[in-house]
Structure formats: structure tokens, C-alpha cells
Design a protein around this ligand. Structure first.
Ligand SMILES: C=C(C)CCOP(=O)(O)OP(=O)(O)O
Ligand SMILES: [Mg+2]
Ligand SMILES: [Mg+2]
Length: 309
């Protein structure tokens, strides 16, 4: 008994089968995303939106949203429209991030980038279409057993997370900092917390709100997700150095060629990895009061730093 108690208190859930869990959740998300966009006239834009949305990807963001909703006591059905919406928003951000005017990348998710296939004009519009659909989807598809007040909060949080106070603001400072060698750790943290962590935070917190999380729960979820968000981008920047194009599905080594200041460029790979590990441990500790129900979110936090792509 004592041994079991101790095991349950460790931050790394030993008996949770993460691989099987992720596979099952990815399958659910793929099906829902596939059904979210029809192909009608003018087919070109729907094709372009589907091309990037259904190009694979780990589906970490929708899975986080579903897992949090379930941990707080809600169902997968309640959170699925929001889960689809965060993946639409994320995909929009990738399409636009890859444009020649931004990071100018040719590959994403193992395929040519959207603008390489459809042209820059359509790629910009495909991003716009996905962004608009995300909000329409939450508002029109969230089931009736979710109180409208919660859905409104989700819409407001998503808007804030991806706008100038979030992802967009982070991308601006990221671009502004390119080629500069005197970027402070404070600025680097601003970039990561905004361009990456803000949306991850919204995924988690919105999943909780849909299930009726209390203000105290929302605080815990916020701290958990801010920590995994920063860890996510630190690992992304390490992988840019250590992983191959085949593993990443996108061109490796881009941060160095684009002269981006990153954690590994400031601190080296090992210290950056240790920082990410520490952030994930702090994230998992925030969820201890949820007991065994926190196992999926704790395992996903570890996945974020142990992933190879
Ligand atoms: C915010 C960042 C660092 C872009 C990559 O995100 P992911 O690594 O989650 O990309 P996919 O799996 O969704 O393709
Ligand atoms: Mg970028
Ligand atoms: Mg990029």
C-alpha cells in the first residue's frame, strides 16, 4: 500500500500507457478534423485548408484540450469543437510562419509548405479561412450541455491567446529579434511565452473551462500550461539543432541560418534541456491535487520534452 501511495505521488506516471493514449486521441482528432471542412466551390481554398490541417502533426494541442476537459469532469464531446479549433488556429500559424515574408520554409509536417503548393496568395487566405472557421466552429458546434457562458469565455480566451497580446505579439518580437546577437533572456522568454505558450495555455485552460473548472483549478491549469509551453519551445529549438529533416518534417538548422536567438544558443543544449526538464517537473507538481486523474496531462508534459520531432 505504502509503495502504491508513493508511486502515485511521483510526477512521472509509471503505469499510464501514453503511446496507446496518444494514438487513440490522435485518431479521434483526425476524424473530427477531417469532418470539419467540406470541399465545395471554390474548391481551391478548401483544398488548401485541408492540405495543411490534415497533414499529420502530433495533435498535442487538441489532445491537451480534451485531456484537461476530462480531468475536470467533462466529456470528450463537450471539448471536441474547441479541440478542433485550436488545431485550426495552430495550423494557420504554421502556414503563415512558413511564408517567405516570415520564416520562408519549404517543408512542414513532412510535406511541401502550403505556399509552395498553392502559392502565397492562397496560403495567406487558407490561414485566414482556418482562423475564421476556428471561431465559427466553437460557437456553432459546442454541444448544448456546455453552458453558453463557458463557450463565450472560450472564444474570448482563444482570441486573446492568438492576437497581439499572445501568439501574434510573440511572432512580431521573434521577427524583430532575427539577426541580433544582443537579445536578452527576458526578450527570449517573451517570445516563447507569447508565440508558443499562449496558445498551449489556451488549449488547457479552455478544456478546463468547458468542464466548469473553478477559479483555483484555472490557476493550477494556467501554471501547468505556462510551464509546458516554455518547455515546448525550448525543446523545439534544441530539436532544430539535433534532429534531422526526416525526423522533423521541416528543414533542420533553420534557427542558426536565420540567426535566431534561442535557449540553446544562449545556454547550450544540455543546460537548455535541464531547464525544460525542470519546467515540466514544476508543471506536473501543479496537478498533484487532482491525483490519478492528472496522469494523462502529466504524461503529456513529459512527452513534450522527450519527443524527437
Ligand atoms: C509552435 C511551434 C514550435 C511550431 C511547431 O509545433 P508542433 O511541433 O506542435 O507541430 P506539429 O506537430 O503540430 O506539426
Ligand atoms: Mg517562426
Ligand atoms: Mg518557423
Amino acid at each position: 500500500m505504502v509503495v502504491t501511495d508513493n508511486l502515485q505521488k511521483t510526477s512521472e506516471p509509471a503505469r499510464f500507457n501514453l503511446a496507446a493514449y496518444l494514438k487513440e486521441r490522435q485518431r479521434l482528432c483526425e476524424t473530427a478534423l477531417d469532418q470539419s471542412i467540406p470541399v465545395v466551390y471554390p474548391e481551391k481554398i478548401y483544398d488548401a485548408m485541408r492540405y495543411s490541417l490534415l497533414a499529420g502533426g502530433k495533435r498535442v494541442r487538441p489532445i491537451l484540450c480534451l485531456a484537461t476537459c476530462e480531468m475536470i469532469g467533462g466529456s470528450i464531446e463537450m471539448a471536441m469543437p474547441t479541440a478542433c479549433a485550436v488545431e485550426m488556429i495552430h495550423t494557420m500559424s504554421l502556414i503563415h510562419d512558413d511564408l517567405p515574408a516570415m520564416d520562408n520554409d519549404d517543408y512542414r509536417r513532412g510535406k511541401l509548405t502550403n505556399h509552395k503548393v498553392y502559392g502565397e496568395d492562397i496560403a495567406i487566405l487558407a490561414g485566414d479561412g482556418l482562423l475564421a472557421l476556428a471561431f465559427e466552429f466553437v460557437a456553432s458546434q459546442t454541444p448544448e450541455n456546455v453552458p453558453t457562458q463557458r463557450t463565450l469565455q472560450v472564444i474570448a480566451r482563444l482570441g486573446k491567446a492568438l492576437g497581439a497580446a499572445g501568439l501574434v505579439g510573440g511572432q512580431v518580437v521573434d521577427l524583430e529579434s532575427e539577426g541580433k546577437s544582443d537579445i536578452s533572456l527576458e526578450t527570449l522568454n517573451f517570445i516563447h511565452n507569447h508565440k508558443t505558450a499562449a496558445l498551449l495555455e489556451a488549449c488547457v485552460v479552455c478544456g478546463g473551462i468547458i468542464a466548469g473548472a473553478s477559479p483555483e483549478d484555472v490557476q493550477k491549469l494556467t501554471r501547468y500550461s505556462q510551464n509546458i509551453g516554455l518547455a515546448f519551445q525550448i525543446i523545439d529549438d534544441i530539436l532544430d539543432i539535433t534532429a534531422t529533416q526526416e525526423q522533423l518534417g521541416k528543414t533542420a538548422g533553420k534557427d542558426l541560418t536565420a540567426q535566431k536567438v534561442t535557449y540553446p544558443s544562449l545556454w547550450g543544449i544540455e543546460e537548455s534541456r535541464a531547464k525544460a526538464q525542470q519546467l515540466v517537473e514544476e508543471a506536473c507538481a501543479e496537478l498533484e491535487s487532482f491525483g490519478e486523474k492528472a496522469a494523462p496531462l502529466q504524461a503529456i508534459a513529459h512527452f513534450i520534452i522527450n519527443r524527437n520531432h
